[in-house]
Design a protein around this ligand. Structure first.
Ligand SMILES: [Zn+2]
Length: 102
């Protein structure tokens, strides 16, 4: 079982039966960032980042904008942790609509 010590692995929420590579550090400094490092593997985090790019383009988000960041954090919770409503992406309307309001 030497292999387990070479690569740090995490029991990823998205595929609980197979462990995935652990992120080297939380993707951002917050409780949510630490939870991601604890519960999501590096591969699923990369998948999320691709999805996030789609969301940013689709909703015409400015990631420096506070509302946009809150929306994206909400989507991380919804998509990765099943906590909240996942926003639909309608690619025909790319960049023409703002983030959904609560
Ligand atoms: Zn994973």
């Amino acid at each position: 079982m030497e292999e387990e010590h070479v690569v740090d692995k995490v029991a990823c929420r998205r595929h609980p039966t197979t462990r995935g590579p652990r992120l080297e550090r939380p993707p951002f400094r917050s409780e949510l960032g630490e939870r991601i490092q604890r519960e999501v593997c590096a591969r699923c985090w990369r998948d999320w980042l691709k999805h996030q790019t789609l969301l940013i383009n689709h909703f015409g988000l400015h990631p420096r904008d506070r509302d946009a960041r809150e929306f994206l954090y909400g989507q991380i919770r919804a998509v990765l942790f099943g906590d909240g409503e996942v926003a639909e992406i309608d690619t025909s309307r790319q960049g023409t609509i703002g983030p959904p309001r609560p």
